[in-house]
Design a protein around this ligand. Structure first.
Ligand code: NAI
Ligand code: MG
Length: 360
């Protein structure tokens, strides 16, 4: 019997609305699989909490979270609290202090009608972006000199440590080997003459241990072009924090947009919990209306199941999403349907349970 301890941080806006549907899916899995159980503990940390208590998270919040196997997060950020407070004090803090240095973002076309790319099908768009999640261009290092003076200078320093660069590249090689896929490194050594030359060297060095993995190395500008013109080139992609941030938004655009994009923040050593979340934010423009698309949050559950080693359920969720996407009527308005968040979730669980029964 595997019992998984999950911390829920629904957060702000549509966060709680979509997390509720993900929890429905987890409870359905628990019901169908006698070898799995989940315990849930919900935390109220959010912008609303900030406005009441003057902080985004309890003083002992990180110690509390450290006890869990995984964190399932909706979204944080809401008008009334500056984004740099809500994101830095909660989301980025968790990613950093729990050393979630791997960001896994699947770029998978789940239905041909969802891509704006002419003549591309599910076969052409199916890859995984592995983004460095702990340092690089987002290290926060730098300086602001002579503020407001004519000689004003700002420095934003990219930090690429040997340890940080090696571990993300090694993780990507392992993933490519395990799944028998090619590995593409995206960098920019021609212009970033220290950081990206170093990145390219480490990519080659570590690659010597993986002669069985076929590799490619692209400059980030060329890679952006290929994401749109030739997505079939990519199977596993490894890249830095900034490049990964931008490229995965292109990835979301070619696979159906924000309602479907998901990302896992992983600490592979399991010294700390990993965090699963939809890529989208709290969507204040639609929150409270019951029309948020919960599919991205449900796909986060699929990633969580993979992380727990319950691949069977990860796959079942993915194939149920594919099945759902065929029935436009059952989808939320962003995908052209008429269903509410809650109705989509219920229909999803019904299909998932039907599938489990027919597989027996
Ligand atoms: P957003 O992702 O919340 O919304 C962008 C647009 O996409 C909106 O028009 C929204 O209605 C739509 N949208 C997003 N998710 C949707 C869904 N599941 N179903 C249907 N439509 C959906 O990004 P925005 O507006 O830039 O940010 C709003 C707030 O969220 C800000 O406070 C921001 O800081 C925060 N945010 C938080 C993130 C996180 O928690 N990881 C990520 C991005 C933004
Ligand atoms: Mg999110």
């Amino acid at each position: 019997m595997n019992n998984f301890n999950i911390a829920l941080i629904p957060g702000d806006g549509i966060g709680p609305e979509v997390v509720a549907e993900g929890v429905k899916v987890l409870k359905a899995i628990e019901k169908m699989d006698s070898n799995i159980s989940f315990s849930f503990t919900e935390f109220p940390w959010s912008c609303e909490y900030y406005l009441q208590h003057g902080k985004m998270i309890d003083d002992d919040g990180m110690e509390k979270l450290a006890q869990f196997d995984a964190i399932y997060l909706g979204a944080v950020g809401y008008p009334g609290v500056p984004d740099h407070i809500s994101l830095r004090d909660l989301l980025l803090r968790i990613r950093k202090e729990f050393d979630q240095y791997v960001n896994l973002r699947p770029i998978t076309l789940l239905s041909p009608s969802l891509t704006p790319l002419k003549s591309k099908t599910e076969k052409d768009i199916d890859f995984l972006v592995i983004r460095e999640n702990s340092e690089g261009e987002y290290s926060g290092a730098g300086d602001w000199l002579f503020k407001g003076k004519p000689e004003e200078v700002v420095l934003q320093t990219g930090v690429f440590s040997r340890k940080g660069t090696e571990r993300i590249i090694r993780y990507a090689y392992e993933e490519a080997r395990k799944t028998n896929r090619t590995l593409t490194s995206v960098s920019k050594g021609n212009a970033l003459n220290y950081s990206m030359v170093f990145w390219d060297e480490v990519f080659e060095e570590v690659g010597k241990e993986y002669p069985d993995v076929k590799t490619y190395s692209y400059l980030v500008d060329a890679a952006s072009l290929y994401f749109v013109s030739n997505p079939e080139r990519f199977e596993v992609v490894v890249t830095s924090n900034l490049f990964g941030d931008i490229l995965t938004d292109i990835g979301a655009a070619i696979t159906g947009g924000m309602g479907l994009a998901t990302g896992a923040n992983v600490n592979p050593e399991k010294n700390f919990p990993s965090m699963f979340e939809p890529v989208h934010g709290s969507a204040p423009d639609i929150s409270g209306k019951g029309i948020a698309n919960p599919i991205a949050a449900i796909l986060s559950v699929s990633q969580m199941m993979n992380f727990f080693g319950e691949e069977k359920w990860a796959k079942a969720i993915l194939s149920t999403v594919k099945e759902m996407l065929k029935e436009t009527e059952q989808l939320t308005p962003d995908l052209g349907g008429k269903a509410s968040t809650d109705e989509l979730g219920d229909r999803f669980v019904e299909l998932l349970m039907g599938k489990a029964v027919s597989n027996k």
